[in-house]
Write a protein that binds this ligand. Sequence first.
Ligand code: IMP
Length: 199
Amino acid sequence: MSKILFATRNSNKLREAQEILVDLELLSPTVISALKNIDPAETGATFEENAKLKARAYGRASGLPVIAEDAGLEVASLNNQPGVHSARFIAGADRDRYLKVLDLLKEQTDRQARFVAVICWYDPANNETKLFRGTVTGQIAQEPRGTSGFGYDPIFIPKGYDQTFGELEANVKHQLSHRKKALSAFYDWWQARSVNLLT
Ligand code: IMP
């Protein structure tokens, strides 16, 4: 089975990705000592740039093919903020950040939003880089609801549902999510490429 590194220290993300990428063995950076001090700053202006920064830093330090992810929430009437700054939009905890979004949307009727995830594949053997994007569209709720998930989940209602990601079962979210779509796009490409390499 091919081994690739997943440049995340979040064990939940690793497990979720492993459930989708069934023919690949995903390695965690935590088991590779050369990666102990690798923590590239996410200084890019786009999800693509940040995913690339992470993938290349981890790939070059380990010599392994790698996937890295960058994700966030874009709110249409806030000029797509918090966007790439989702994790650090304001100081504090996740709850402070989603309450800030609700506050900024007070009086706002346009509550359209989307989660975006970008997966970057990087192979240090030939310097190959590929990008895959997944999105899920929806609305920002009037108030936070639900306790499952993380980040902005309690305020995001995916299109076609009445509940927020914080209220929906984890497996329902994982089927619809931006992350699932980006990982699936990568997996389709990777499987087709593996077939081409064999023929
Ligand atoms: P990351 O790049 O996946 O670590 O995501 C960066 C930030 O975007 C997180 O800290 C969250 O605030 C937000 N985010 C990304 N994906 C999700 C999600 O699936 N649900 C809720 N918030 C998310």
